[in-house]
Design a protein around this ligand. Sequence first.
Ligand SMILES: Cc1ncc(COP(=O)(O)O)c(C=O)c1O
Length: 399
Amino acid sequence: MAMDTKSPMSEPGLPRLLSQRSGVPAFRVMDVMEEAARREAAGDSVIHMEVGQPGTPAPRAALEAVAQALTTQRLGYTTALGLPALRERIARHYQEWYGAYVDPNQVVVTAGSSAGFVLSFLALFDVGAKVVLPSPGYPCYRHILTALGQVPYVARTDADSRWMPTAAQLDAAAADGAEGLLIASPANPTGTMLDAARLAEIAQACRRNRMWLISDEIYHGLTYEAPAETALSVAPEAIVINSFSKYFSMTGWRIGWLIVPPQLVRPIERLAQNLYISPPGVSQVAALAAFEARDELEANKQVYRANRDLLLNELPKAGFRKIVPADGAFYLYVDVSDLTSDSAAFCRQMLADTGIAATSGLDFDEERGHQFMRFSYAGTTAEMAEAAKRLRAWSNLKG
Ligand SMILES: Cc1ncc(COP(=O)(O)O)c(C=O)c1O
């Protein structure tokens, strides 16, 4: 695995070596963002298709609630599990969206889903535990596990399994000692989803093998064919991770949540108290109000839908023909093996030539990522149209 931390030997002035766990790879997309920002600062016109974040701000209702709270509330620490009103509202969300009952006591508010991963991995797994991660997948799962001394157990997926793990893979991983599985549906980078039957099959395989099922549901709400099922509907013992970053358009507010089995609440509370004290107070106020912004959020989603339609139509005309069929999120994962054997170099060249920032598949799949890239379409439709135009011109130029 490529480590990009400098060797501590080359860092004069440090008293000792750095920890091995600090050697986790970079989240490459953040590096692409930096390069894009550098080009923008130099006056280039950059279209951001690298990063998975809505182009829209937090919903108006959230901003208004915060404006009021700034002058009327102290906004100090909250309890480690989060504001009771927000925990109750999140529990109600499960009734409204999925017809599922969730006890507010099982809700843990976190500093984004990212903190949710740290809390749940620490609560569930000891150092050395193997955790199954479908590949391609969100890179930080791998890197967080690694930083915690746990072991990512990669389950290679492909078009045949609709880019999701199979029960047979889980049985084999369990026989090899795996203790947990992390799935995301819709997934990043592919946007593919598990239907109810596959989700139930996976839940059953986890139960049969006594593996924890962790379900990252951060892209729920952003589905274009059928709504997503929560893992709780088939596995009440699952750990569900979610966030206000994507559907709720609140990336920078760093706020998310977990739904955990009752027995896990206290261990997670103890970890949360010690690691974070509490989730950000001001963001909890915003999150509570964001639930009342349904119309605005649905309008945002309509923009993603239009962007998706536009790109599915236009990208093939610019040579990007092998697009993984996606049902949700705001990504298109493209097999570019007919265009390059080095998607990272290809993305760098594309940014330099066209001003379009996109991410190499290497972030998501260490083995096959060099022949894939990911476009995020969470920007405006005008930006997507401009991107399509530039990409067509670029492909014509290259012949
Ligand atoms: C699948 C997935 N999970 C989690 C995250 C992290 O989100 P948050 O902002 O809630 O920490 C992302 C961010 O892109 C993601 O794609």
